[in-house]
Ligand binder design. Sequence first.
Ligand SMILES: [Zn+2]
Length: 120
Amino acid sequence: MNFLALKRFCQECGHVLNGRRDQKYCSDQCRNTYNNRHYSDLLYKNRKINRILHANKLILIELAQSKRKKLPLRTFQEKGFQFEFHTHTRISKAGQTIFYCYDYGYLRINEDYYLIIHEE
Ligand SMILES: [Zn+2]
């Protein structure tokens, strides 16, 4: 029998564990170190995405002030709008998908034009 296979190791420092079967760390300090790193990675990724969503919303707010109702795709692209990032979608009464960045959204009228929607 492989003795090593029966041994369990601390997920943080690799020390051999002698406690309960569900023990993952040798100490509170190792658990904290591991969790802090895990959550800071998580928050870092969230922050990157949140920044993009926020920038998208600012673009929508700016474009919503335009007098034109239909805005060309080109205008979104010039402002750096990232279409692949949105918070949620909703289906309009006409059956079109509205893509939101928080309370501001847009829907595609056709290949070249978009309509901005603001949810009050
Ligand atoms: Zn440890």
